[in-house]
Design a protein around this ligand. Structure first.
Ligand code: ARG
Ligand code: ZN
Length: 885
């Protein structure tokens, strides 16, 4: 394992890199010329005067090494499978290394590889070492010149970072051409990129506020050029937003995006040459859902925003990953909130955090936002580093205010532009820009958000004193133990609080001792294990609204009765908490029914809850997207997190029973909501149009919970008449869950219609893998042999296998068949693509909260993985940590 505490500055620096990449059908030949020098900052005290130059390299064939133009013999260097060591260099040297790789055999999709016949690269985190020997660490920043040479007919487009400075035909070989790119900005090698292939592009322009005219291009495979418009619009909006909100401008005359169909993650922010998964670029109304359109907007923005938060200021080492990822996710979340409905975006972000990050934080792979150690860094591109990291940024802004936050950001760039830094540097800039010190108690405590893993639990209660006209709130916090961190200290938790009066209006908040009434929402920084706050001027008992806007990534366990929650559902001025109150109520109802079912009984749904849902439907026109979220019941995953032991079948049955009761009791209202929100006519992706589709499809899902003839007819008609993918796939997913006769025909029809659209076929795989039908696993096994499936394509694996692992009742089948299937798939995948294989192990990790039968099956699956010889570091790390539990 590699530990944060062992960090030392590099003994050598690299000032310039001159790459020559010769792409041949048999292999790629890479010649790299490095200007290296001893790092003055790691001086003689550290023994550096004699330190050898130790370059990282993996799966490379070394052809030649020259130092200052002298060809070295095998005795002049040391070569191991992971390193090339050159000793006895002068303080400055020119090192020229020639290597050979076979991109066409690279199924791991890391380093230089081929996707649909085109060459592309993925270097973050440690892929550059699969292209050439190098100091593959982010604190070594160099200026790159890249010359690509290839056959013109097959690879007409040759791209790399920076500006195109020269190009031409090969002087010696007919049919070959070359292009030279120069990137003026020093960068770590993880931001290097190269693309060569048959690609078409769309082009647009953006003028920065200081007048720089930037050419924007999106490259795709021929035939896809009509699907890039939304991504281009999203890019221009991102560039404008970053100027308006952060004062940050683009810094080159060209910005390129390339979309490839084989990509391990979502996208990559390589300097001026972003490489994207096609999933986050290609969209047309008939092929992409509203969720896809929103995802594209967010991911395009995310990668663009990295140009400052990641590229201009980068990470010192990979423990600091959240420095760029947490910050950039926070930026893309706020951008999307500004472009669409802010409350809806916040609810969706919190749903995701709870569903995935809370789970991680409670399991065997829990780690802090700034991890202390890792075996394989690829395993740390996690919801904790990304999404919890983003919550940490949000808390800075909550504590410092918008203006204070912006001051901190400005100081961060003033101090660190062009540097590779740490989250401590970021914290120092934030607080010092606001006249405070990192050693102040508040900020020393804030630092624990980076160093302590686990989701804090905030509990408490309130007391109203009618005679004194005061309201006293008592809050407590605990941070649960996580692997390697048995004892935790309190963290500063910014609690956004409001008190809602009996008239439904917020009470101005005055803390005892204050002279004047304050705002109706106040931020209380909870810093102790237990704290009390007394508010004055509260003559009538209020209903407290805590953690407004989800002001901290914690679990809230606040004593509040059903009547108070129903009241907040109707009256809270904070939209997030209106939604949250409904979710808490539904959670209580379902869990009570789960307990009853365990004893062979069932609970009745209270009239008040049915009426509250009817109210939500009646008021849906005020904000349809919000109403759709409010109508959706908590997921089985979230419900499972609320109990020490997950009752898989009980939760599934109780949740379905509540959906059916609501569908029966409010059938007319759901049908009215459906009919009132049909969006025939021209497609738009405005929040209003998306809201109508979301609400209509939420209503359809309730109606289909009954799986009766009228609902089936409606669903079938929607599937057959759909003009948007949003409507088509919503109907198809319900049909895939249903026992209706037309099920097989609809699925076959969809596949026949879309068999040439890879991204649409991903949806077809996903709806079948998520199906509630009893034979889902058998069908998934069968689909692994479908002509449109490929285990080498990550999107296909995530769509079919990943979706199955997210199917709560089928993956967690009591007989262990789901776990065994996943283990089989992981072992097959690991030989091809360790990163994807490792991501597929994670659903097996959290076996602790299940019953002993399931525990044994999950452990057996993990043991079978761990016991396999030749396992990748990626899979071994996750599987072995998971077994320890
Ligand atoms: N930096 C990228 C992003 O979040 C993630 C790429 C990481 N890729 C990987 N294979 N680890 O935008
Ligand atoms: Zn990122």
């Amino acid at each position: 394992a590699i530990h944060l505490r062992d960090y030392a500055p590099p003994a050598w620096l690299i000032d310039t890199v001159d790459l020559h990449v010769d792409l041949r059908e048999e292999a790629a030949i890479i010649r790299s010329t490095l200007a290296v020098r001893r790092n003055p900052a790691s001086g003689p005290a550290s023994g550096n005067a004699a330190a050898a130059l130790e370059l990282d390299g993996q799966e490379l064939e070394l052809l030649a090494v020259r130092v200052d133009n002298r060809l070295l013999g095998p005795d002049d260097y040391t070569l191991t499978p992971e390193r090339l060591t050159l000793a006895g260099l002068a303080d400055h040297a020119t090192v020229e290394i020639t290597t050979r790789t076979r991109p066409q055999d690279n199924t791991a999709l890391e380093g230089l590889y081929k996707s649909s016949g085109n060459y592309c690269t993925q270097c973050e985190a440690e892929g550059f070492r699969k292209i050439t020997y190098f100091l593959d660490r982010p604190d070594v920043m160099a200026r790159y010149t890249t010359t690509i040479e290839a056959e013109r007919a097959r690879y007409p487009v040759l791209l790399s970072n920076g500006n195109l400075t020269a190009s031409g035909d090969s002087a010696t070989e007919a049919g070959r051409h070359w292009a030279r790119w120069e990137d003026p900005w020093p960068k770590p090698c993880y931001l290097f990129a190269l693309v060569a292939g048959t690609l078409v592009h769309i082009e647009d322009r953006f003028t920065t506020r200081s007048g720089r005219d930037v050419a924007l291009r999106i490259y795709v495979e021929p035939g896809n050029e009509a699907k890039c418009g939304h991504a281009m619009e999203s890019l221009k909006k991102s560039m404008k937003w970053d100027e308006d909100v952060y004062g940050l401008e683009y810094d080159l005359d060209i910005f390129n995006i390339v979309a490839v169909s084989d990509f391990n993650m979502g996208a990559m922010e390589n300097k001026s040459l972003n490489v994207f998964n096609t999933k986050y670029i290609l969209a047309q109304p008939d092929t992409a859902t509203d969720t896809d359109f929103l995802g594209i907007e967010t991911v395009v923005a995310h990668e663009y925003f990295h140009n400052w938060t990641g590229n201009r200021v980068t990470c010192r080492d990979w423990f600091q990953l959240s420095l760029k990822e947490g910050l950039t996710v926070f930026r893309d979340q706020e951008f999307s909130a500004d472009m669409n409905s802010a409350p809806v975006k916040r609810i969706q972000d919190v749903q995701r955090l709870r569903q995935v990050q809370f789970n991680e934080d409670a399991g065997p792979t829990a780690h802090s936002v700034r991890p202390e150690s890792y075996i394989e860094i690829s395993n740390f591109y996690t919801p904790t580093v990304y999404e919890k990291g983003a919550e940490v940024l949000r808390m800075y802004r909550t504590l410092l205010g918008h203006a204070g936050y912006r001051k901190g950001i400005d100081l961060y760039f003033a101090r660190h532009d062009g540097q590779a830094v740490t989250t401590d540097d970021f914290l120092a800039a934030m607080v010092e820009a606001n006249g405070q010190k990192p050693t102040d108690p508040l900020w020393a405590q804030f630092q624990r958000w980076y160093s302590q893993a686990g989701t804090p639990v905030v509990s408490g209660e309130g007391r109203h004193d009618a005679a004194a006209g005061t309201y006293t709130l008592t809050l407590r916090q605990t941070v649960p133990a996580t692997p390697g961190q048995p004892d935790k200290l309190p963290q500063v938790i910014p609690v956004a609080l409001g008190l809602v009066g009996p008239d439904g209006k917020d009470v101005p908040l005055t803390l005892a001792g204050e002279g004047h009434a304050g705002d109706t929402t106040r931020i209380i920084p909870l810093t102790e294990a237990e704290q009390s706050y007394t508010f004055t001027g509260v003559p009538q008992a209020p209903v407290p609204s805590l953690l407004r806007g989800f002001s901290a990534p914690v679990r809230l366990d606040f004593k509040q009765d059903d009547a108070a929650l129903t009241f907040l559902m109707a009256h809270d001025s904070d939209a997030f908490n209106r939604w949250e109150a409904g979710q808490t109520l539904a959670t209580r109802l379902i869990l009570a029914d789960v307990d009853a079912r365990a004893k062979g009984a069932e609970t009745a749904v209270p009239r008040a809850y049915i009426d509250a849902t009817a109210q939500t439907l009646a008021r849906a026109g005020e904000d349809r997207a919000f109403a759709a979220l409010a109508l959706a019941l908590p997921t089985e995953g979230y419900l499972g997190q609320q109990r020490a032991t997950v009752d898989v079948d009980g939760i599934h049955a109780a949740r379905l029973a509540l959906r059916r009761t609501l569908a029966r009791e409010l059938n007319g209202a759901f049908r009215k909501a459906y009919d009132g929100n049909r969006t025939d006519g021209a497609f738009t992706i405005t929040p209003d149009a998306m809201g109508r589709r979301a609400l209509k499809n939420a209503a359809l899902a309730y109606l289909m919970a009954l799986d009766d003839a009228p609902a089936r007819a409606l669903c079938l008609a929607q599937y057959q008449g759909a003009t948007t993918m949003t409507d088509a796939i919503a109907a198809l997913a319900l049909i895939a869950d249903s026992a209706m006769d037309e099920r097989a025909a609809c699925l076959a029809d969809f596949a026949d219609r879309w068999k040439h659209e890879a991204l649409v076929m991903d949806k077809w795989f996903a709806v079948q893998a998520l199906s509630d039908r009893p034979d889902t696993l058998d069908r998934v096994r069968g689909l692994m042999d479908h002509p449109s499936f490929s285990i080498r394509n990550p999107n296909k694996v995530y769509a079919l296998v990943g979706s199955f692992a997210a199917n709560p009742s089928k993956f967690h089948a009591a007989d262990g068949s789901g776990y065994a299937f996943l283990a089989d798939t992981v072992l097959t995948l690991d030989k091809l693509n360790p990163q994807v294989a490792s991501r597929m192990v994670k659903p097996l990790a959290r076996w602790r909260p299940y019953d002993s039968g399931r525990q044994e099956h999950a452990k057996a699956a993990l043991e079978r993985i761990v016991g396999t010889t030749g396992l990748s570091r990626d899979v071994h790390e996750i599987a072995s940590k998971s077994l320890v539990g």
